[in-house]
Ligand binder design. Sequence first.
Ligand code: 6PG
Length: 253
Amino acid sequence: MSPPVRVFADLDGASAALARHVADRAQAAVRDRGRFSIVLSGGRTPLPLFRRLARGGGSGIPWRATDVFFADERCVPPDHPDSNFRQAWEALLSRVPIDRRRVHRLRGELRPISVAAARYARLVGRARVGGPSAPRFDLVMLGIGPDGHTASLFPGSPAVEERRRSVVAVRRSGLAPFVARLTLTPPALASARDVCFLVAGDDKSSVLAAILSAGPDGDPALPASRIRPPHPPTWYLDRAAAAELSPRRSASA
Ligand code: 6PG
């Protein structure tokens, strides 16, 4: 079954729809299991979504029962301009009534970075939402780069083929900022009840078309295509990113 694709006129429209979806999933998770766990993407694309959630766009998110994790982090201090944590903290997490202890930051400043990765892996290992065989997360949100990477899983990196560990250190970043990274691995990112990609801009239209047409096991050269949760990810796109999808695939939401 081909992954669900929702196309909007612009990033703001896609962000508004995703904000509503996050709120729906959060309320259902807390109703059914007493808590909601979400993994936030880095990069610039999610900023309008973060701001909308902070303003109440995801009205009714039970922040006091929410745990926030991060898909990846640059190996910089948390107050560094390149820090994914800093971006999410400033745009969203400092503006909502979340328990600071439930914001689980990837400690990009720790050295050696292998220790930082192992430390987060232990945290993720405890992050089951339900029984021992339940997924680790309720919702994982991701972006993609023009090279087809997601999180900090870059084409050609051994991290793309990691099947055992949930978090690894990536010493060579495939795109700026060219710093070492910490990233959740494909099995960790796929251990979710729901995975949503948010993609905008014409610089991603070609790689997006390639990702969505990758075979059932994905394409190792396109790491975003290798994220295979139990239920296919939903793609929230603006029209520019969807420009190379077939008319059938890119029917507006
Ligand atoms: C990161 C992100 C990365 C991001 C894509 C898209 O740390 O950079 O996790 O995977 O989602 O590179 O970035 P933009 O949204 O800035 O285009």
